[in-house]
Design a protein around this ligand. Structure first.
Ligand SMILES: *Cc1c(COP(=O)(O)O)cnc(C)c1O
Length: 433
């Protein structure tokens, strides 16, 4: 039986068994909605949906519709396009509520991830001489490190003193929740913000966001999450967990195309609070009076009030196409299958290790089901780059991180259990060479 999700003891490392799991998978047919890249004329084993998700086949239609409307209407398309451009962004909150776990009024699609991170830190990182510290994960994604450092400097503080990084303990790639909580308690009086990734991009570790957020609030600090590797991957409840703000990109698990438009969450209790500062632009201004071009900024009393510029419709059309597929598949179903795919992958990697004279693959990603999504990070103990290059030759698109890590993410919309079985075969033959 394979009904016990994530119980690797039940898994079998055979092609028959992998195909049996695919046949029983209720999301199996979704793969046909995507273009799968070819390598040597054969469909690649595409395990980098955590870096750039694949293109849905109907995305071109969505983008072409907007190009056609632009051709047909010119400026009139703002009001007369099939999806009028003035309000195009209003399509998104209902499509994102289940993915992020939020109320529609807490959501807005705008800008890019790092830009949104800055805009939200303008609102939620307001350091004072007494409270100026930020707790974040050590070796966060570089863009997040630069954003945090530059915000601290921008406010006249010293990043060396104001940024508290929490690192994994010696010999581990995973950060202990208790170490984060201890740091929050230790710095409580000086703490302004806790800002970490929902899922660590390097190890694939899922953080206990609810517990971390509670502790931050208890210390009198705000708490925000970068959901770049979480949105579309794991179940999220931003509203219920009381998170102050979050942001994410749309081109990883959300399949909305390179550099696609990003998203932001601002908790309901802040969206209409005049004490929460923000940088303002005309698209955040009250819709009824936006075109009166009045000098006084009157923010929309939802997350939309954080918008600066008018909507990038072409990029939004691709995002719209991709989110329609999420709505059809259901985020809950996707999260269950994602965890099961990675559980199967971990099972196979362990078997491969057992067959070798010395284990060659150290799995950095936590095995516990609530501590990972679909990504599995493998530390190669020998010949890492050689094996990575050999994988690509054999049709596997994975991700290489210096010094010796191969990240693979079998994603539930278009990866199959068969892909994982075949990946196991290929990596085993590379290791035996
Ligand atoms: C992918 C990723 C980014 C990329 O930022 P952009 O502004 O979209 O270029 C930033 N932070 C994290 C954690 C990421 O995973």
């Amino acid at each position: 039986m394979d009904t016990h999700i994530g119980l690797p003891v039940e898994f079998k490392n055979t092609l028959d068994y992998a195909q049996f799991l695919d046949e029983k998978d209720p999301l199996h047919s979704f793969r046909e909605k995507f273009y799968i890249p070819l390598i040597n004329g054969k469909e690649a084993i595409y395990f980098t949906g955590n870096s750039l998700g694949l293109q849905p086949k109907h995305t071109q239609d969505y983008v072409l519709n907007e190009l056609e409307d632009w051709a047909n209407y010119g400026v009139e398309g703002h009001h007369h396009a099939r999806n009028p451009w003035v309000s195009y962004h209003e399509i998104f909150p209902p499509l994102l509520t289940d993915i992020v776990g939020a109320l529609p009024e807490e959501l807005v699609v705008m800008n890019q991830l790092t830009v949104n991170l800055h805009l939200l830190m303008i609102s939620f990182y307001r350091p004072t001489a007494k409270r100026h510290k930020i707790i974040c994960e050590a070796k966060a994604f570089p863009s997040d490190q630069y954003a945090i450092q530059s915000q601290v400097s921008f406010h006249g503080f010293d990043p060396e003193k104001s940024i508290i990084e929490i690192a994994p303990r010696e010999g581990s790639a995973v950060i202990n929740t208790s170490d984060i909580l201890d740091a929050i308690a230790l710095h409580a009086d000086e703490l302004a913000l806790v800002m970490i990734g929902g899922v660590n991009y390097y190890s694939g570790q899922v953080f206990d966001m609810k517990t971390i957020c509670e502790a931050a609030h208890q210390a009198g600090a705000y708490c925000g999450f970068d959901l770049a590797h979480a949105a579309g991957n794991i179940p999220l409840s931003m509203h219920e967990w009381n998170v102050d703000f979050a942001c994410w990109c749309s081109y990883k698990y959300l399949n909305s195309g390179p550099g696609g438009v990003a998203g932001a969450f601002i908790h309901q209790r802040h969206i209409a609070d005049p004490d929460v500062h923000r940088l303002a632009g005309w698209w955040g201004h009250d819709k009824a009076s936006r075109f009166k071009m009045d000098k006084t900024f009157l923010p929309i009393p939802t997350a939309e009030g954080w918008q600066l510029s008018n909507a990038p419709v072409l990029s939004m059309a691709a995002h719209h196409a991709a989110l329609e597929i999420f709505a059809e598949a259901g985020m809950e179903n996707l999260a269950v299958k994602g965890k099961k795919l990675s559980a199967y992958l971990i099972h196979i990697l362990k078997e491969i290790n057992k067959r070798l004279p010395d284990p060659l693959i150290q799995i950095l990603t936590p095995e516990a089901e609530n501590e990972r999504g679909c990504q599995v990070s493998m530390l190669m103990l020998d010949r890492g780059k050689e094996i990575f290059d050999a994988l690509l030759k054999e049709g596997v698109i994975a991700d290489w991180r210096e010094p010796n890590v191969i990240r693979v993410a079998p994603v539930p919309l278009y990866n199959r259990f068969e892909d994982i079985y075949r990946f196991g075969e290929i990596i085993q033959s590379c290791l035996q060479k």
